[in-house]
Design a protein around this ligand. Sequence first.
Ligand code: SF4
Ligand code: SF4
Length: 479
Amino acid sequence: MNNVSDFEILFDHQTMASGTIPTDCACPATQPVPQSRDLTPATRLQHQPALRSIKLTPTHRVAFVPSLSWITVVNQATWALLERLQTPYTLADLNEDEQVAAQQLYALGLLHASDDAPHSPPAHELVAWLHVTNACNLRCTYCYIDKTAEAMTTTTGITAIDTILRSAQQYGYRSVQLKYAGGEASLNLPLVVEMHRYAQAQAHAAGIALRGVLLSNGVGLSHAQLQTVRDLGVLLMISLDGPPQFHDAQRPRNGGQGSFHAVVASIEGAQALDMPLTVSVTVTGASVAGLPTLVAWLLERDIHFALNFYRPTPASADRSELQLDEQRLIAGMRAAYAVIEGHLPRYSLLGCLLDRAHLGAPHHHVCGVGEHYMVIDHHGHVAKCQMEIGHAVGTIWDADPLHLIRSDRIGIQNVPVEAKADCHTCVWQHWCAGGCPVATWRATGHFDLKSPNCAIYQALYPEVIRLEGLRLLQWADRS
Ligand code: SF4
Ligand code: SF4
């Protein structure tokens, strides 16, 4: 917050500084960069035509420009200034306090300037999914992996790292994220350690920033395994879909028994070790009723989480209980949001409460598929998306597998939101980006249509913004 005389402006400093909304989910996020500049006295400022607000309290409201600005809480004096700036003013027309506030509101995207230059394209991170094993000890109802006992070998794993880092250098990426997955990645943890240690050394030598995530079902991770993951410096992401009856129904063990208690034991073990941890929640038609209880449990323990919607797979398509009934989904999500409102966390909610949406981080594509994302299976085949892992476009032994991904016109196509029917006129387009292309393809047979979850997104976007506003009001730095 900047407490500028009587102007109060609250926003998430941490997110603003890093330029990214934390999004801890299996899919690769876009990486927008904040863009601002110093204004001159002659710069004419005006509020963005699509400026909106939602009243939070008698004295504060959340102000935002859909698909463009940062989510910002303002007091009455600041809102009055924004309204006055419906008419353009030069910076010199404003008094000293107003100028400071206006600079801030401009940086947050609530005002535009007469001499704005077109934004340069955002920097991106290269993300790689490493399918270190095809084995799993669970049989989740919505799983898209045709499981076997096969695992990635050391030779394939090390070659995969070389290929990823070579691609990063070739295409000018400054940062790389490795997602160790499967199957159940912890079943091949020694290889994960070997690969990540090697990647750390190679990335350091190449001047590339590196981060890693271990995607795990969390079943029975031992203390020693958790310590290994912590010492490796990778984020642990564990899947938990609800209280026991809901989680166990959709994430049973190989033999049919429930997995809930083993997952909770791993979560508690990770917390005892003070490890960076995120819980990934797959919300289905069957589990949404348990979501408020799960969210309350996670918030009580101060565990970061991300809510993602079920995407039908060929194997799960005829399971009617998993389908996302719009009204039931919206009601269940609203019930979970009510729980969050009663227990607002310190961390930003913008990238984790609504499937693939990143509110506050404008982007043209929903994910990095087809451009900034490589999926490498246990045999070294390279695919475009983990949900299409069987559809390889190349291998890690090809000279330039990222080029093969970028030039593929047969498999999944990640079209920009402006090219999707209905989306190009939607106010939410650059926060939503039209939803997962795989889900849209499977529902409609097209890539250039809006998401099958569009009605759910449209109903819930304002509620997520309101929740983030309340969170800022409670927790934003007022120093
Ligand atoms: S999917 Fe719906 S909410 Fe998302 S951009 Fe398209 S029209 Fe808008
Ligand atoms: S296409 Fe869909 S499932 Fe694949 S990475 Fe993108 S959002 Fe995720």
